[in-house]
Write a protein that binds this ligand. Structure first.
Ligand code: ATP
Length: 227
């Protein structure tokens, strides 16, 4: 039998705390997959996120909610590599792991909302991210400018890192394994995990902001409730 050819299709990567996963995340993954022509999008829940307070729910609960939310969509896969890693969830390490797994040629596309993109210069070894993956940036209501409105609005260091890398045509993602920056538009959804946690904590309904299966899990496991 002939050896299996390496998969050359572009793979999207959406990391997050997912505390809990909601329709903002799911539409981001789905719209990125379609708009950018990605074979699949891997959802990668953080184990111990380095950037923020300790998540309210355990990594295993957040992973379980991501699995429930993505069930039935063959375009989404779940990567549990950060959840079970013994150390903090640095994206650069995840990209190194995935690059080793998928080979030097496969296009990897890190998908970020505008808020996460603007915070990039505070990430561990952030300038090396561009060597390992492309970066696709979606608009997010309430967060800084996007796309053609970028010039002059990014921090000087992010602006410098993106110089010569920005493409508006997603085809650019498929011609090389890493290094391009692509802004794309998604349906604006002003949903955040913090809003959902606040609603549940306050005894309010969070229905229609996230999948029912995830809401059921939250109820069953008494997550985010006032104790
Ligand atoms: P929190 O409110 O707890 O800070 P969050 O809703 O921002 O959480 P994260 O898990 O921190 O969710 O986000 C993971 C990724 O998804 C980030 O790149 C973020 O920009 C993006 N994202 C989350 N919600 C949206 C949204 N409504 N629209 C666009 N991007 C989003």
């Amino acid at each position: 039998m002939a050896p299996k050819k390496p998969d050359a299709s572009a793979l999207g990567l959406l990391g997050g705390t997912f505390d809990p996963i909601h329709f903002g995340h799911l539409r981001l993954a789905e719209e990125a997959r379609e708009a950018l022509g990605l074979a699949r999008v891997a959802l990668i829940p953080a184990g111990q996120p380095p950037h923020r307070d300790v998540p309210q729910s355990a990594a295993t609960d957040r992973l379980a909610m991501v699995r429930l939310a993505s069930a039935g969509n063959p375009g989404l896969v779940v990567d549990d590599g950060e959840v079970f890693a013994p150390s903090k969830s640095y994206t650069i390490r995840t990209l190194e792991r995935l690059r080793a797994l998928h080979g030097a040629q496969r296009p990897l596309v890190l998908i970020l909302g505008a808020d996460a993109f603007n915070g990039l210069p505070s990430w561990h070894r952030w300038q090396e991210l561009f060597d390992l993956a492309h970066i696709a940036v979606a608009n997010r209501p309430g967060f800084a400018p996007h796309g053609r409105r970028w010039p002059g609005t990014l921090s000087p260091e992010l602006d410098a890192a993106c110089a010569g890398r920005i493409d508006t045509d997603p085809a650019a993602l498929h011609n090389s394994p890493a290094g391009r920056v692509i802004p794309f538009d998604m349906t604006p959804l002003a949903i955040s995990a913090s809003l959902i946690r606040e609603l549940i904590h306050g005894g309010h309904s969070a229905r229609y902001l996230l999948p029912d299966s995830v809401l059921d899990y939250i109820g069953l496991h008494h997550l985010y409730r006032r104790t």
